[in-house]
Design a protein around this ligand. Structure first.
Ligand code: GDD
Ligand code: MN
Length: 363
């Protein structure tokens, strides 16, 4: 049986056209269609629910708490009944006439079949220069990561055998658009993949949801499955935020100390006050940026921002103490000055990163 997932976000007009077309195309096959809609403002889920009332093999999964193409496809596959799990754009861009061939290929090879734009006979159709270039670069990078060699790992039109999907499932990353790539990265090497050419056509209605955010998620994904296995991306982000924090610290110190200056002299108490003020300013800045960016997955909102900020202050204080303890220990045991300071600073960063990860933004 074929389970066809149609992920949708604001595709009400398209879905009305697609279902009758697919019914004709799949008339010789045992199939079900699962529309996974993320509570579209245009009411796609409602249109889909109406359609499904007259068709026993059309189902609707309306998700109210989540967004995203990859996770919609994964959720669709998880409720599917078929042994062949497939997905296509709901906007008419994918050539439905090759669906039966995609299906029979997977029945045959028990692996993967891909509607491909980059093999002989396929094409991307009418794309502007920019999108074409982006897609070529993304495809080139993506190909290097796949366990099996294919020409179009970024296609949104494919089918996979249930057994293969289940093997990859525990490792899948539900962010962004790159569901096929993610599956191809995590399948066993001997998995067979067949590509079937098609021409990517223009959207029937509405507009693409492939935003700049989705493109950044793709770059983060590439990092995650390569260097990220050794140095996690959140740690890199945390260090970047920390470096910006140093700039904020210096700027805040300059501004605050101006108020205490008598000519060009700064008293010791004025200096101390400025350092404390600058430190807290940098802490506030780091907390804010870490909250919305580094740890955006477990972002704190409302009242928990205040408790989070307290924990963050605590973690930073402990980090500073660890920093001091380690560098003082090394220095008093004969280590060179600069080496002691650097090792101490690193210890402090790793210490407060670990504490913040465990306590402030625990997953
Ligand atoms: N449920 C759900 N949630 N569906 C979504 C979401 C979402 O957040 N975002 C997009 N979709 C649905 C769209 O409604 C559409 O049916 C399908 O996923 C593909 O989205 P498009 O917005 O049409 O993407 P595209 O045509 O620009 O991109 C195509 O080409 C890419 C590679 O060049 C797609 O086929 C991509 O999957 C593919 O990676
Ligand atoms: Mn599309």
């Amino acid at each position: 049986m074929l389970s066809l997932i149609l992920p949708t976000y604001n595709e009400a007009d398209n879905i009305l056209e697609m279902i009758p077309i697919l019914r004709d195309t799949l008339s010789e096959i045992e199939y079900e269609i699962i529309i996974v809609d993320d509570n579209s403002p245009d009411g796609t889920w409602k249109v889909a629910q109406e359609l499904s009332k007259d068709m026993d093999n059309v189902h609707v999964l309306r998700r109210v708490d989540r967004r995203g193409l990859s996770s919609a496809v994964i959720d669709g596959f998880l409720v599917a009944k078929g042994d062949v799990l497939s997905v296509m754009d709901a906007d008419g861009q994918h050539d439905h006439t090759i669906l039966p061939e995609i299906y029979s290929s997977v029945l045959d090879n028990k692996g993967v079949a891909i509607g491909s734009r980059y093999i002989e006979g396929g094409s991307v159709g009418e794309w502007d220069e920019r999108r074409f270039l982006m897609s070529r670069i993304a495809t080139k990078l993506a190909k290097k990561l796949c366990a099996v060699s294919v020409k179009d790992p970024m296609s949104g039109f494919f089918a996979v055998h249930r057994s293969v999907f289940e093997k990859a499932l525990p490792k899948l990353n539900p962010k962004g658009f790159k569901i096929l790539l993610d599956i191809l990265v995590h399948v066993p090497k001997q998995t067979e993949a067949k590509e079937i050419p098609f021409t990517f056509s223009v959207r029937h209605h509405g507009e693409s949801k492939l935003s700049w955010k989705v493109q950044i998620e793709f770059l983060e994904y590439l990092y995650d499955v390569t260097i990220g296995k050794i140095i996690p991306l959140v740690f890199v982000k945390y260090c970047l935020v920390g470096s910006l924090g140093v700039i904020v610290h210096v700027a805040a110190f300059t501004a605050i100390s101006m108020a205490f200056k008598n000519g060009s002299d700064l008293t010791f108490s004025g200096f101390s006050f400025s350092v404390i003020g600058a430190t807290e300013t940098a802490i506030l800045f780091n907390f804010w940026l870490n909250n919305i960016w580094t740890f955006s997955n477990s972002r704190l909102r409302g009242i928990s921002i205040f408790t989070g900020l307290l924990k963050f202050n605590g973690a930073c204080l402990f980090g500073a103490l660890a920093n001091y303890a380690v560098s003082a220990f090394l220095f008093s045991n004969g280590f060179p000055e600069l080496a002691s300071v650097i090792v101490g600073a690193f210890t402090g960063v790793i210490w407060n990163y670990t504490m913040n990860r465990m306590f402030t933004w625990k997953q």
